[in-house]
Write a protein that binds this ligand. Structure first.
Ligand code: NAD
Length: 452
């Protein structure tokens, strides 16, 4: 059995069966059997089933949100927002089965046309930080395109995925189309990656595991999309609305206790306004409410595990330049206070490694050229923000930064309708928006000879 721990109390929340390699084989064979019928279902009918699923997810939103908040230690308000997006993602892709358009291409002697075909059985491997949300970004487009799926949640947070499997069945998704196997990555995840009947792996997780999945998938030439780590920059220029930039900077890195691949954990601030920015930031950090995830006004909960807390603490040791420290509860729970380090040497581990906890590194810069150089001085390229009142600079810098997603005078980067994914070692492929469907279909080109 897997003992599922509640991070805010360190108590056992649930016990669920631990799947092994045999369970993966059985799930893949169920998914394989279900594929021909799900692929052949009329597009409007597949759309209707996905709408029913979106309705059922919306109806179960509060229950799912509470389960996620307790299991992942995230504030209930955030969990409700995530469950809203889960239902919205299914709603958005419910429009896809009837819009999987092809092309006609002029050629000699006949007609060429393209169609989009589903891949078959798709393996979905997701992390613990946004468990059902990230799963929905994969499930919805994969199912809409006519694939069947085997979903592997993280061992620490399997509860909403297992609940989802029941909701999908009750909402009329046929048997075998959605399968969930909860078990260790090195056994269950690896078997999915190696399984010859799995056509593609859609993975979200660490860059380290992403690398090993890409290598293992090469054996069967599996399609792979990878959403990996980040060390995203938040660039604050001297001409920015400093109050807006400073008041929103804390939650852009402390949201989800910093366990967010998009966390703007490197705050790059122009030297001319550094003192002013730091004093505004101090007020903003002091007001972050850290505590019981089930309280409506909590903004930050605990970390996911003791192991994660130890990993985060290893960055905030005696040498770290601690400039601001927020509050965290005492007693049981994997708590860690919001922490801002300043000034951070851009060559140091604090500036280069993904801390994945509530720790921000402030790095001063002198001019636009240096800001761009520092922003790009990382193996990652997922997300980032640019704060300036100069519109031309905002676009110039946005074009120069090598990340998949950017926001100007805002820290939001994830929307159902827009593509999400990384440059460099933050991964490849795009989720969400119209682009996600490309990752769950193959383009087939058909030539029909017409000249006798
Ligand atoms: P992880 O890589 O340790 O695990 C992710 C998933 O992969 C889990 O389900 C795990 O069981 C599974 N896994 C582990 N080893 C495996 C193997 N050998 N074969 C197949 N599957 C395996 O990551 P994590 O600790 O759960 O999540 C944190 C990481 O995820 C961070 O680096 C974060 O940046 C990244 N992340 C990225 C995004 C994004 O969209 N780019 C979103 C959220 C999290």
């Amino acid at each position: 059995m897997i003992e599922v721990i509640e991070p805010a109390t360190e108590e056992v929340l649930a016990e669920v069966p631990r799947a092994g390699a045999d369970d993966v084989d059985a799930a893949v064979s169920r998914a394989r059997e279900a594929f021909p019928a799900w692929r052949a279902i009329a597009p409007a009918e597949r759309a209707a089933r996905l709408h029913s699923l979106a309705d059922a997810l919306a109806a179960g939103q509060e229950e799912l949100a509470r389960l996620e908040a307790r299991n992942a230690g995230k504030p209930i308000c955030d969990a409700r927002g995530e469950m809203d997006m889960v239902a919205a993602t299914f709603r958005y892709y419910a429009g896809a089965p009837e819009r999987l358009l092809g092309e006609t291409i002029p050629v000699a002697g006949g007609q060429a046309l393209t169609v989009r075909e589903p891949l078959g059985v798709v393996g979905l491997i997701v992390p613990w930080n946004f468990p059902l949300l990230i799963a929905s970004w994969k499930l919805a487009p994969a199912l809409a395109a006519g694939n069947t799926v085997v979903l592997k949640p993280a061992e620490l947070t399997p509860l909403t995925a297992l609940k989802f499997e029941q909701i999908a069945a009750a909402a009329g998704i046929p048997d075998g189309v959605v399968n969930v196997v909860a078990g260790p990555g090195s056994v269950v995840g690896q078997r999915l990656v190696e399984h010859p009947d799995v056509a593609k792996i859609a993975f979200t997780g660490s860059t380290e595991v992403g690398r090993s999945i890409a290598a293992a998938a090469a054996q069967t030439i599996k399609r792979v999309t990878l959403e990996l780590g980040g060390k995203s920059p938040n660039l604050v220029f001297g001409d920015a609305d400093l109050e807006a930039a400073a008041s929103s900077a804390p939650m852009a890195v402390f949201g989800n206790a910093g366990q967010d691949c998009c966390a703007r954990s490197r705050i790059l601030v122009q030297e001319s306004v550094l003192d002013q920015f730091m004093s505004l930031l101090e007020h903003a950090v002091a007001s972050v409410r850290v505590g019981d995830p089930l309280q409506d006004d909590t903004q930050m909960g605990p970390l996911i595990s003791e192991g994660r807390r130890e990993a985060v603490a290893s960055f905030v040791n005696g040498d770290a330049p601690i400039a601001i420290r927020g509050h965290a509860p005492e007693g049981p729970g994997y708590w860690f206070p919001p922490t801002v380090l300043c000034p951070v040497d851009p060559a140091s581990r604090l500036a280069r490694e993904e801390i994945f906890g509530p720790v921000a590194a402030v790095i001063p810069f002198s001019d636009e050229e240096e800001a761009i150089r520092l922003a790009n001085d990382t193996i990652y390229g997922l997300s980032g923000s640019i704060w300036t009142r100069d519109g031309a600079r905002a676009l110039r810098v946005a074009r120069a930064i090598d990340t998949g997603v950017l926001s100007i005078n805002s820290n939001t980067s994830v929307r159902v309708a827009t593509p999400f994914g990384g440059f460099k070692q933050s991964g490849y492929g795009r989720e969400l928006g119209p682009h996600a469907l490309d990752a769950y279909t193959e383009v087939k080109s058909i030539y029909y000879a017409t000249d006798g």
